[in-house]
Design a protein around this ligand. Structure first.
Ligand code: BGP
Length: 469
């Protein structure tokens, strides 16, 4: 069977993580700027300075055999204030970026929201306020109007689960809250806003397709017992279904709502919203795959949520236990983990892709996949054989799934070049291209993986060393 001829081979970025230039071109603060500055954390003020390097960066992608770039638009660069006034300078910046993509034969794959909510909206309650959903709808309409001629692939949201979970429950992303009730409200509002965005896109008859990007964690169980199967269903609702079922089928998983309704207020879910969610489902699914969610039955104790993304020195202690639901298996001696506790498990992608395909029958893009490590970037070329092997095995998993009939249409390495890894700072590196953040010029240096990926993209995957599990 094999990959289709027009398979998209590219890499991914996000506005706050790469652009820098936070005070340039009329951009206003995002919730991340305020939260990081107020908390005294490392910021993305400069990041990879894509704002000033995009021509060079896009050319480098094309030279590296890539035919697509996943990027996001920064809401605070496009909409100036609560009244919704447009910042034309921001619009011009993105039009230039998109035209540069066109010039180099790079298909843009564009996320409307990758976590950088304007601070003026956060001050009105952010994702806890239903009004933010309507502000998103207006912002999305502006994006479709201003950039619709240059874009074929749109994404409403990047990873609703990850940013609401960290922002409202774990508390290590802005706004830094610790409340399950708030997470439920924020998460629901994001999914409703996504449906409003899809409606605006469909009603405006813009060209192309619109989807959502999910932090995909296919669920595995420790054994075949009934208790584990129940834990797996809880874990699947928690990790995947409330996003994928809602976005793809227009249905919030009912068993999840039944369980939540016993302890939480679900009045944010209004009857008049439901037909919008039902009728405006996505055209495709973007899956970011880093690892599986491997679970065992809940054995007791309080809910514990420790996520290893809180600063550069914090490592090796991740823990997810949800009271009454499930426990995530960590530190298994037979598994391989990165320094940040992420299990390397490409087989999970193969299995997960088949499950998603069977369940939703929508085209799939792997919108992020990569490995974060510390690297010495002062050398001429980073010899990142570990990244090559990681990507090889995951692409092999995708090709196996395609051979089994799954409709996967593209692969995006995370990330195009080294960038700001949120609370981890810049030293957790994912890039195919290295950036020395201590060098004023922020010189780009392709790593070994950049050249390897070029040969893979140019051979449309033929050069992958196939694995089967
Ligand atoms: C995803 C995000 C990206 C990116 C990546 C790596 O969740 O969409 O923005 O950051 O994960 O995660 P991290 O930078 O925390 O290691």
């Amino acid at each position: 069977m094999g990959l289709k001829k027009d398979f998209l081979w590219g890499s991914a970025t996000a506005s706050y993580q790469c652009e820098g230039a936070v005070n340039v071109g009329g951009r206003v603060p995002s919730m991340w700027d305020t939260y990081l500055h107020d908390g005294g954390y490392e910021t993305g003020d400069v990041a990879s300075d894509f704002y000033h390097h995009y021509k060079e960066d896009i050319k480098m992608m094309a030279d590296g055999g890539q035919n697509t770039l996943r990027l996001s638009l920064a809401w605070p660069r496009i909409i100036k204030n609560i009244k919704g006034e447009i910042n034309e300078e921001g619009v011009e910046f993105y039009r230039d970026v998109l035209k540069t993509c066109q010039q180099y034969g790079i298909t843009p794959f564009v996320t409307i929201y990758h976590w950088d909510l304007p601070q003026y909206l956060e001050e009105k309650g952010g994702w806890l306020n239903e009004e933010t959903c309507y502000a998103f709808e207006q912002y999305a309409k502006v994006c479709f109007e201003k950039f619709g001629d240059l874009i074929e692939y749109w994404v409403t949201f990047n990873e609703p689960k990850w940013f609401t979970f960290n922002g409202y429950m774990v508390g290590n992303y802005p706004p830094g809250h610790h409340s399950a009730q708030e997470m439920i409200i924020a998460a629901y509002h994001v999914m409703y806003a996504s449906a409003l965005g899809v409606r605006a896109f469909k009603e405006g008859h813009y060209k192309g397709m619109i989807g959502i990007v999910h932090s995909f964690g296919p669920v595995d169980g420790i054994d075949d017992t009934l208790a584990t199967k129940i834990a797996m269903r809880f874990a699947d609702n928690y990790a995947n279904n409330w996003i994928l079922d809602t976005a793809a089928k227009g249905e919030i998983p009912f068993d999840l709502l039944c369980v939540l309704s016993q302890n939480y207020d679900l009045s944010c879910i209004k009857n008049e919203h439901l037909p919008i969610i039902k009728n405006y489902t996505v055209d495709f699914l973007g899956l970011n795959y880093y690892s599986r969610v491997w679970v065992k039955p809940y054995s007791g104790g309080e809910t514990q949520l420790v996520v290893n993304n809180s600063g550069k020195d914090f490592k090796g202690e991740s823990k997810i236990v949800i009271k009454g639901w499930f426990e995530q298996i960590m530190n298994n001696p037979d598994a391989i983990y990165t320094e940040w506790d992420v299990e390397i498990y490409p087989q999970g992608l193969q299995k997960g892709l088949k499950q998603v395909w069977e369940k939703y029958h929508l085209p799939i893009f792997i919108t992020e996949n990569g490995v974060g490590v510390r690297e010495d970037i002062t050398v001429d070329q980073v010899e990142d054989d570990y990244r090559i092997s990681f990507m090889n095995d995951h692409i092999s998993a995708i090709m196996n799934a395609v051979d089994a009939g799954v409709d996967v249409r593209g692969y995006y390495a995370w990330s195009t070049f080294d960038l700001y890894s949120w609370k981890n700072g810049v030293e957790k590196r994912y890039g195919l291209v290295g950036i020395d953040f201590d060098d004023k010029e922020l010189k780009r240096k392709p790593k070994k993986s950049y050249y390897w990926y070029k040969s893979i993209a140019e051979s449309n995957g033929e050069k992958i060393q196939r694995k089967d599990w």
